[in-house]
Design a protein around this ligand. Structure first.
Ligand SMILES: [Zn+2]
Length: 416
C-alpha cells in the first residue's frame, strides 16, 4: 500500500478564514508549549517523552487552558504527533532540532478519522466553467466549498489536512491509502523507451529528437520578485504592512510553482501516453546546485526544478504501471552515442557535440539523451543518419502570465 495525496482548492467565508487563522495560531502555541515541556522534561530527567505521553500532554494542556479548547481534540493530538515526528527526524539525524515555530509559518491542521464530513456533491457552472463541487465541514472551524477536479476514493481516506498558503489560498488535502500499480511484465524489446536529458537551455530533450524549451519562469519575473523582497525587508517584522507584502510575494512564488507544475504534468502525460519506459539520469540535484559555478547558473538550476520535474515524470509513468529506469549520470553529455568515445574538452557552453574519435557531430542534449537510452540497455532504433522528420506536435496548452512553452523539433543531425 502506498499513501497518495488528493489536493483540492477550497473556498470559505471571511469568518471561517479568520477562525482558521486563529486556530492555526493556537495550534502553533500548543506546538511551542509541547516543545517547552519536552525540553524541561529532558533537563530534569534526561529522557524524551514517548508519542503517547506527548498526545496525552496535548490533551491535558487543552483541558487546562481554555484557549486551546478552540481546537478539536483530535487536531490537538495531531499537533503532538507533528512535534513527535519532527523530534524523531532530529534524533534520526535527518533534520535539525525542532525549533519554536513562528505563527506565520504554522499553516496546516490535520484531522484524522473524525471531525470532518463531506456532503452536498453538486455540479456547478456551465460549459467550460462546469465544476463539481462539494461541501466540507471541519468540526470547530466551519464550512468549505471544495472544487472536486478529480474522483476521490472517499472510503479509503485516512487523514484530512487543511492548509492555508502564505498567499491566502486554502487547499484541503486528503490522504488515501492505495494499492501500488503493478508494473507490466513483458520483454524489453516489445517496449517503447524514451531517454530524457534535462538541461538549462532546453528543459528536456527527448531521444526521439523533440525538445522542450526552458521557460525560466523565475528569471522572467525576477524584477518583480526582487522589488517585493526589497519592500519586505523595509517593513517591521510581523507588522500589518509586512504581512501584506509577504502575501504579495507569496502569490508571485506560488504562481511560479503552479506554472512549473502545470508544464511538468503536461510533459509527463504526453510522454507516458507515447512510451512504456522512461530513462532518466540519476542526478544528485542538490549537489548540482551547490556546485553551480556562477550565481546565475545556480539560480537557473533552481528555477528549472529538476527534482520536481523528475518526480512528476516518474509519477506519470508509475501511475500507469510503466517503468522508470534511472541510469548513472557520469559523463552522459561527454560520451559519444555512436562509438562510446569521450570528448573531454566539451564545456558547458558548447551546444554541439563533436566526437574526436569518429567525427560525428550531434546536438549536445540529443546526444546525451541517446547515451542515456544506450546505458539503460536499449539500442535506439533511430540511428541519427536515418532519423525521420517528426510531425509537429500540438502546443502544450499552457498560457501563463509569462506566455506559453512548447515542444519543438530539435535541429536535424549533421554528419561531420
Ligand atoms: Zn564517436
Amino acid at each position: 500500500m502506498r499513501v497518495r495525496a488528493y489536493r483540492f482548492r477550497a473556498y470559505c467565508s471571511n469568518t471561517t478564514a479568520r477562525v482558521l487563522e486563529t486556530q492555526l495560531e493556537v495550534a502553533c502555541k500548543l506546538y511551542n508549549a509541547l516543545l517547552h515541556a519536552e525540553q524541561e522534561e529532558y533537563e530534569k530527567n534526561k529522557r524524551t517523552m514517548s508519542k503517547n505521553e506527548l498526545r496525552q500532554l496535548a490533551l491535558d494542556l487543552r483541558k487546562q487552558n481554555p484557549e486551546f479548547q478552540v481546537l478539536h481534540s483530535q487536531v490537538a493530538q495531531q499537533v503532538a504527533e507533528r512535534f513527535y515526528q519532527a523530534r524523531e527526524r532530529f534524533l534520526g539525524g535527518l533534520a535539525n532540532k525542532p525549533k519554536k515555530k513562528k505563527p506565520h509559518r504554522y499553516l496546516s491542521l490535520v484531522y484524522p478519522q473524525s471531525g470532518w464530513k463531506l456532503s452536498n456533491w453538486r455540479d456547478a457552472g456551465q460549459g467550460k466553467n462546469k465544476k463539481r463541487k462539494a461541501r466540507l465541514r471541519l468540526s470547530k472551524i466551519g464550512f468549505f466549498t471544495l472544487v472536486m477536479h478529480t474522483e476521490l476514493p472517499l472510503k479509503r481516506v485516512s487523514q484530512v489536512c487543511v492548509k492555508l498558503y502564505p498567499s491566502g489560498r486554502i487547499h484541503v488535502i486528503f490522504l488515501v491509502e492505495e494499492p501500488e500499480a503493478e508494473e507490466e511484465q513483458s520483454s524489453k524489446e516489445s517496449k517503447n523507451a524514451v531517454g530524457v536529458d534535462l538541461g538549462i537551455t532546453r528543459l528536456a530533450t527527448l531521444s526521439d529528437g523533440r525538445y522542450l524549451e526552458n521557460p525560466k519562469p523565475l528569471e522572467r519575473s525576477l524584477d518583480r520578485v526582487r522589488m517585493l523582497q526589497r519592500t519586505l525587508s523595509r517593513k517591521r517584522f510581523l507588522s500589518n504592512n509586512w504581512l501584506k507584502t509577504k502575501t504579495k510575494l507569496a502569490k508571485e512564488h506560488e504562481h511560479l510553482k503552479d506554472f512549473r507544475r502545470d508544464l511538468f504534468f503536461k510533459l509527463g502525460a504526453l510522454l507516458a501516453q507515447e512510451y512504456d519506459v522512461l530513462v532518466l539520469e540519476d542526478l544528485d540535484v542538490r549537489n548540482l546546485v551547490q556546485k553551480g559555478e556562477t550565481k546565475k547558473r545556480r539560480m537557473r538550476l533552481y528555477d528549472s526544478s529538476f527534482s520536481e520535474l523528475r518526480a512528476v515524470l516518474e509519477w506519470e509513468f508509475r501511475k500507469r504501471g510503466k517503468l522508470v529506469l534511472p541510469v548513472p549520470a557520469y559523463n552522459t553529455s561527454r560520451e559519444c552515442f555512436l562509438c562510446g568515445g569521450i570528448n573531454q574538452s566539451l564545456t558547458l557552453e558548447d551546444r554541439v557535440f563533436l566526437c574526436p574519435h569518429c567525427g560525428f557531430t550531434f546536438d549536445r542534449d540529443l546526444n546525451a539523451s541517446l547515451v542515456l537510452l544506450k546505458r539503460a540497455g536499449w539500442v535506439p532504433p533511430a540511428v541519427p543518419v536515418e532519423l525521420h522528420p517528426i510531425p509537429p506536435l500540438p502546443t502544450l496548452g499552457l498560457v501563463g502570465r509569462q506566455g506559453g512553452a512548447m515542444i519543438q523539433e530539435a535541429p536535424a543531425f549533421r554528419r561531420g
